[in-house]
Design a binder for this molecule. Structure first.
Ligand SMILES: O=c1ccn([C@@H]2O[C@H](COP(=O)(O)O)[C@@H](O)[C@H]2O)c(=O)[nH]1
Length: 238
């Protein structure tokens, strides 16, 4: 896989028209992420459009509910033939196992390949301070992220979404057959926005990420093509 194919760009836009405009503007992007905003607005139509253009799709709906409900949602989502699908690790083991079974069933019923099912360890917008003081989690942040990754792995999932700041330790423990997808990636010239635990694209790859999710530094740039090119050049320098 070349470096560009490791970049997933989120279509965090409000409607189909804006999504298509962004896809048209960045033909170099091979892997797009559809998240809560766009999927709630357009439903599966956007997935059909991306597939008709031979794009890979990360359906980032971050399901979080009781096992029966998470499994039902995963069964339905797997029928769309997407490449990656997310649930929260904090669903717990019963729901994660049910989700894993459900993606196989949903994909088989639809005659498609099951997506890789990956779990959110801890949102990259949460700082160590917020974890301790707002969420009252009595573990150090890297330890919490590690425990969530291990829970996902023990439940049979394919990988996790984690901050690039934690990926080295998580990979050391979970191994190379587990997928690591890292949002919260910020080139040195970009704003942090609401991301609290970030690294630059080249640092994130060196740390062990399989895929980088990079949104606003590209999509909100005055020249998205130039921003993509700068990131691509940064990644191609060894
Ligand atoms: O922990 C997480 C999980 C998912 N995301 C998603 O990734 C992108 C990041 O976009 P930026 O514009 O690069 O901040 C966004 O769609 C989030 O929903 C995340 O940031 N952190």
């Amino acid at each position: 896989m070349n470096a560009d194919e490791r970049i997933i760009v989120p279509l965090d836009v409000p409607d189909l028209e804006s999504a298509i405009a962004l896809v048209d503007k960045l033909p170099q992007v091979t892997f797009w992420k559809v998240g809560l905003e766009l999927f709630t607005s357009t439903g599966p139509t956007i997935l059909e459009i991306l597939k008709s253009r031979q794009k890979r799709i990360f359906l980032d709906l971050k399901f979080h509910d009781i096992p029966n409900t998470v499994a039902g949602a995963c069964r339905a989502a797997a029928g769309y033939g997407v490449d990656l699908l997310t649930v929260h690790a904090t669903n717990g083991k019963d729901a994660l196992k049910a989700a894993m079974e459900a993606v196989q069933v949903g994909a088989e019923k639809a005659g498609t390949q099951p997506p890789k099912l990956i779990a959110i360890t801890l949102l990259t917008s949460i700082s160590a301070r917020q974890l301790a003081f707002d969420l009252k989690i009595p573990l150090e942040l890297p330890e919490f992220a590690l425990q969530m990754a291990l829970l996902a792995q023990e439940s049979g999932l394919d990988g996790v979404v984690c901050s690039p700041q934690e990926v080295t330790q998580l990979r050391e423990t979970c191994g190379n057959d587990f997928l690591f997808v890292c949002p919260g990636v910020r080139p040195s010239w970009a704003d942090q926005g609401d991301q609290k635990r970030s690294l630059t694209p080249s640092q994130a790859i060196k740390a062990g990420a399989d895929y980088l999710v990079i949104g606003r530094p590209i999509t909100a740039a005055s020249d998205p093509e130039l921003a993509w090119q700068k990131i691509s050049e940064e990644l191609s320098k060894k």
